[in-house]
Design a binder for this molecule. Structure first.
Ligand code: UDP
Ligand code: MG
Length: 322
């Protein structure tokens, strides 16, 4: 039977959260006004996450899952879940219960009121480290100034999307997926519901600092070409300074031959500074070229080792299915 609601949850080493997640999500699923499916995406976990998911599937046929052949990262896991989900309405949320499943009911009411995208905006981050809070705050504001679409601040991937939006996302060929950006890019009627972000139910954070940084750079590069212009601006500024210096040096040579501003230190400084500027600009170029290379290579986004209860569109590397 075609489900009306799909709840997509990426999981990576979440053995301590799976049963509590199921308990709270299934309670919400019971209260929805239609058939619901829970799509669990195992992102190559190395702990007992997958066996626990298999058990859930045996208990409850509304649970379906796919399991990656290795860890591909959160955004890809969400993408895979969107690819296979069948509901008219699809909700994506984290496995660690930082996103309260009960909020889904409120999101569904907004959908019924005619919105195609309902994203959850966090008003407070409970017990998240100071560093994470400030960097997240700064990043979202930087992204807002640079990006060419308006990506709502302080929203994550916890959201509800209508089938029409999910189909559009599924047909976007890009590999570097910054889902909250793509979701804003498609347009349609979008609205927010507020919530307080709870602390993690159990287990450690899976988004290491490196992964968060990679996601942030990905967001900036995927949704803005302003950094590419940076080298042009810096080049212009450097040229202006050089011109000014030329006249100054000429003046000193003629009128003040004993000027202190000629010498090794000045030259060394100027060389180091411009060297740094050039390297940074090449690095920025590299970010864009690397992404072009990834897109052109055209490898599949993920490889599947196991699925149950789903007909995946992409069945590369599919081992067994049940
Ligand atoms: N996650 C994933 N693959 C990864 C890292 C994380 O599927 O490589 C999942 C994780 O299981 C969780 C969600 O992404 O359901 C968010 O991760 P986490 O709670 O560590 O990050 P944060 O709360 O900082 O966003
Ligand atoms: Mg979390």
């Amino acid at each position: 039977m075609q489900p009306k609601y799909s709840i997509v949850v990426p999981t990576y080493n979440e053995e301590a959260n799976i049963s509590e997640l199921y308990r709270r999500v299934s309670a919400v699923m019971d209260r929805l006004d239609g058939v619901a499916e829970l799509v669990l995406v195992d992102d190559g976990s190395r702990d007992r996450t997958l066996p626990l998911i298999r058990q859930l599937r045996e208990q409850d046929a509304r649970v379906c899952y796919l399991s990656f052949a290795r860890n591909f990262g959160h955004q890809i896991a969400v993408t895979a879940g969107l690819n296979v989900s069948r509901g008219q309405v699809v909700v994506t949320m984290d496995a660690d219960l930082q996103d309260p499943p009960e909020l889904i009911l409120e999101m569904v009411r907004e959908w019924q009121a005619g919105y195609q995208v309902v994203y959850a905006r966090r008003t407070q981050r409970k017990q998240e480290r100071w560093l994470k809070r400030t960097t997240a705050y700064g990043f979202y504001r930087l992204l807002r100034t640079l990006a060419d679409v308006e990506i709502p601040t302080d929203t994550g991937d916890f959201c509800l999307m209508d089938r029409s939006v999910v189909e559009l996302l599924n047909h976007m060929p890009e590999r570097n997926r910054y889902i909250r950006g793509l979701r804003a890019w498609v347009g349609f009627r979008q609205t927010a519901v507020q919530f307080e972000r709870d602390p993690r139910f159990a287990g450690a954070v899976k988004y290491t600092f490196r992964k968060s940084l990679a996601l942030a750079i990905n967001g900036l590069v995927s949704f803005s070409i302003v950094p590419l212009r940076l080298s042009t601006y810096m080049g212009l500024i450097a040229a202006a300074i050089a011109l000014l210096m030329m006249f100054l040096v000429l003046y000193w040579r003629v009128f003040e031959p004993k000027s202190p501003l000629t010498g090794f230190a000045t030259i060394a400084l100027a060389i180091f500074f411009l060297g740094a500027v050039q390297l940074i600009c090449i690095g920025i170029l590299g970010e864009y070229i690397g992404r072009i290379y990834e897109e052109v290579r055209g490898r599949p986004l993920y490889t599947l080792a196991e699925t149950a209860g789903l007909e995946p569109a992409n069945d590369i590397g599919r081992g067994r299915s049940g």
